[in-house]
Design a protein around this ligand. Structure first.
Ligand SMILES: *Cc1c(COP(=O)(O)O)cnc(C)c1O
Length: 369
């Protein structure tokens, strides 16, 4: 008898590496929590919108009851916003949940999933968790090579993950290129278009991916309340797809996967246009602040369309880990991306102007050491 539990493909999973919590860094480095700056998880530096906080407090009165398993009010609000029928929407416990549910709904062990090198870690995890085959397509300029991804689709392929903008590199695929790709993907292959950072895009880069869902029955668009809407800790995301896909997602989904407070807060945040535009404006200004500093320091970076920047902090294979440690010692938490195959780089989330300034000073000091 083997003394191992579970299938080999589960034991082979490399656990997701989350950004270090502030309390953990304070303990490890003997620092005051209040002095720590966390720019590691692409969270909204403004925190929870006040509108959402109020909605959560109101929803707290009813926590003795199960949440609405169908998320009627939130789906109605999303349906109105995106001009799709409410039964085209699937709610998720974060959009990670949507990605995971999609993998379970559309792929079986032995079939294949296509995704890009340097794309979101959850695609590899969701694929591995099924014992499915990974088809990892080499990136072009740190972004998706859609032509190569299309060419990589084989007879066993059932799912393609595309992150736009991509995490951790921040690259962006323009609408025309994206739609040309959707037109060519075989009808039996589902495309998950993961748009976690969509709300940070400048107006000229915004496109109506929700409307593409009407044209492409194999398209599932996923969005989240974790980034621009400031609700990462609450865990709410959603998918938009035609009923043939949505029906399967709902069979796999846990009935109460989005809690009552999260449903209420998401509706409030969705309607809080002021918070969203303030977040986008802060992000655009912070991006310029980072780019100016990286250029002054002579650092290579990948132009980003998200709320973070991937920056190369040295030429040797230990550069990312070394500079990350030097930043932690100064109370600044960023994200090393060695696990993505980018050991010379760090991913830095855009914060408030004063947080960005602290990062820039700490990085300057770390590089001089
Ligand atoms: C942050 C992120 C998500 C969203 O995660 P949630 O589960 O919604 O918090 C999804 N996709 C990408 C590419 C991300 O970076």
């Amino acid at each position: 008898m083997s003394n191992h539990y579970g299938p080999e493909y589960v034991r082979a999973i490399a656990p997701y590496q989350a950004g270090k919590p502030i309390a953990e860094v304070a303990r490890e480095f003997g620092l005051d929590e209040a002095s720590i700056v966390k720019l590691a998880s692409n969270e909204n530096p403004f925190g929870v919108p006040e509108s959402a906080r109020q909605a959560m407090l109101a929803a707290a009165a009813d926590l003795g009851r199960y949440p609405d398993a169908n998320g009627f009010d939130l789906k109605a609000a999303l349906a109105k916003r995106y001009d799709v029928p409410a039964d085209w929407i699937t709610l998720g416990n974060g959009s990670n949940d949507i990605l995971e549910i999609a993998a379970h709904a559309f792929v079986e062990k032995g079939q294949a999933v296509v995704y890009s090198q340097y794309s979101f870690a959850v695609y590899a995890l969701a694929t591995q968790g099924l014992g499915a085959r990974h088809i990892v397509v080499p990136a072009a300029d740190y972004g998706h090579d859609l032509a190569a991804m299309l060419a990589a689709v084989d007879a066993d392929t059932r799912l393609i993950f595309v992150a736009n903008p991509n995490n951790p590199t921040g690259t962006f695929i323009p609408a025309a290129e994206m739609e040309a790709f959707l037109q060519k993907v075989p009808a039996h292959v589902v495309v998950v278009l993961d748009e976690a950072y969509n709300e940070f895009l400048a107006a000229e880069n915004q496109f109506e991916s929700a409307q593409w869902v009407k044209k492409y029955p194999n398209l599932l668009v996923s969005r989240t309340f974790s980034k621009a809407y400031g609700l990462a800790g609450l865990r709410v995301g959603f998918g938009i797809a035609q009923p043939a896909l949505t029906d399967l997602l709902n069979r796999i989904r846990q009935p109460f996967n989005v809690n009552s407070m999260a449903q209420a807060a998401a509706i409030a945040a969705l309607n809080d246009k002021e918070f969203l535009s303030r977040s986008a404006a802060n992000n655009a200004a912070g991006y310029q602040q980072f780019v100016a500093a990286f250029e002054a320091l002579g650092l290579e970076y990948v132009p980003s369309f998200g709320n973070f920047v991937l920056v190369k902090v040295g030429a040797d294979a230990d550069a990312g880990a070394r500079v990350n440690l030097a930043l932690l010692q100064q109370g600044v938490i960023v994200r090393p991306v060695g696990n993505y195959g980018l050991p010379q780089w760090l991913r830095i989330s855009i914060g408030l102007p004063q947080e960005n300034a602290i990062l820039i000073a700490a990085l300057t000091k770390a590089l001089a050491a």
